[in-house]
Write a new protein. Structure first.
Lengths: 186, 195
């Protein structure tokens, strides 16, 4: 989704978010990620200035004080955490682990294929339905390398074992990862 | 490398000891990725990552990492490699300024009824300033011309009216663009050489 993202071309506007809107966003995020509650004040501090960055394709990014975006969503869809946030709070999303061979391709933006999740180095410990937001972790690595949406349920991934299992939404070193809003501001 | 935040049992539940969050991840100052993903950069980039790590986090720089460094770089410091990189860049940038085959593509498009516009794309790559070119066009053809952003986010010059042949000659004669750079979109929407 952020493969061809460029700050010059894709950012439409950056506006401060009203505090009433902030409250509703915060509620929505808490509802989506109940486990985040003890840390919500660190991630989305009430006192700071929230910036809504609107991008092409109805993409919205939420940034605190023009810092790295913390959450993003499509239209009015669910909020995705950014990878940096997921690194700091790895329990946010259910984890899927891919084998070593898949890492290279995922870092180039490829979707995650079924065999990468069923081979020896991979792990799928949780039962997940399709259309769930997941964090993609890798064999022998500590940190997440991508965030995606499951296209099949975990049992289907095992049974079918062919084709796209998880759609790659946001991965290390994509446009969103590299984005820095500080430059835009000046 | 710091220990994994999860024990084996916690892997599935993903809720470890609450006190350790936010988990502080150290990112490489060279490529901005967590250290463990540095190796997926290009080999040259990875070498620079290793050097950066040795300089800034010597405690995380293992003997295994040392073995990955090429011999030539073993005794080099980051500063040295940076200056080298700058040298290399200056070389490559001079090459980049004149890419091998800049393509200037001239297209005719319909606007509102039978009105036509001429669109010239790829000028910036051939080293022609868009704003200057549009100004010259306005004078020569006495028509409207402007620099616009095409849907694919590239800057193009749009001239009102059909001036396809004139622009070709203008580019060739006044802007001294080599003939082989010039392309015209034909009726089948295929790119063909202009001359």
């Amino acid at each position: 989704m952020f493969k061809k993202f460029s700050p010059q071309g894709d950012i439409v506007s950056q506006v401060p978010i009203k505090s009433s809107v902030q409250r509703s966003i915060r509620l929505q995020i808490l509802e989506q990620f109940p486990s985040i509650e003890p840390f919500i004040e660190d991630i989305l501090p009430k006192k700071e200035k929230w910036i809504l960055v609107k991008c092409h394709g109805h993409m919205n990014l939420i940034s605190i004080n023009y810092g790295q975006p913390v959450f993003f969503n499509l239209r009015t869809g669910p909020y995705f955490p950014s990878l940096r946030l997921l690194h700091a709070y790895p329990f946010l999303l259910p984890r899927l682990q891919v084998d070593k061979g898949a890492i290279r391709h995922i870092l180039k933006g490829a979707d995650i294929m079924c065999p990468g999740l069923t081979s020896a180095g991979a792990r799928m410990d949780e039962q997940l339905s399709s259309n769930r937001m997941v964090g993609i972790f890798a064999e022998g690595k500590e940190h997440a390398l991508a965030i995606g949406i499951t296209k099949l349920s975990t049992s289907d991934i095992r049974n079918v074992n062919k084709g796209v299992a998880v759609e790659n939404i946001h991965y290390l070193n994509d446009g969103l990862w590299k984005l820095s809003l500080g430059e835009q501001q000046s | 490398m710091a220990s994994h935040p999860f024990s084996e049992e916690e892997w599935t539940t993903c809720v470890g000891n609450q006190d350790q969050y936010p988990y502080n991840v150290i990112y490489c100052g060279n490529c901005s990725l967590p250290f463990e993903y540095c190796e997926y950069n290009s080999p040259e980039e990875f070498q620079r990552c290793l050097l950066w790590r040795r300089e800034n986090y010597p405690e995380l720089f293992s003997t295994y990492d040392e073995s990955l460094l090429t011999d030539a770089l073993k005794n080099v410091t980051v500063a040295d490699s940076l200056s080298k990189a700058v040298e290399n860049n200056s070389h490559s940038s001079s090459k980049k300024k004149a890419p091998l085959n800049p393509e200037i593509v001239i297209t005719r498009a319909q606007r509102k009824g039978r009105k036509q516009v001429t669109i010239i794309s790829g000028l910036d790559k051939a080293g022609v300033k868009l704003s200057e070119f549009s100004k010259v066009c306005k004078k020569q053809f006495s028509c409207g011309a402007s620099v616009v952003t095409a849907p694919d986010m590239r800057e193009v010059v749009e001239i009102q009216g059909d001036h396809l042949q004139e622009t070709l000659h203008l580019l060739k004669d006044q802007f001294s663009v080599p003939q082989e750079y010039l392309y015209v979109m034909d009726d089948n929407k295929r790119k063909v050489h202009a001359f």
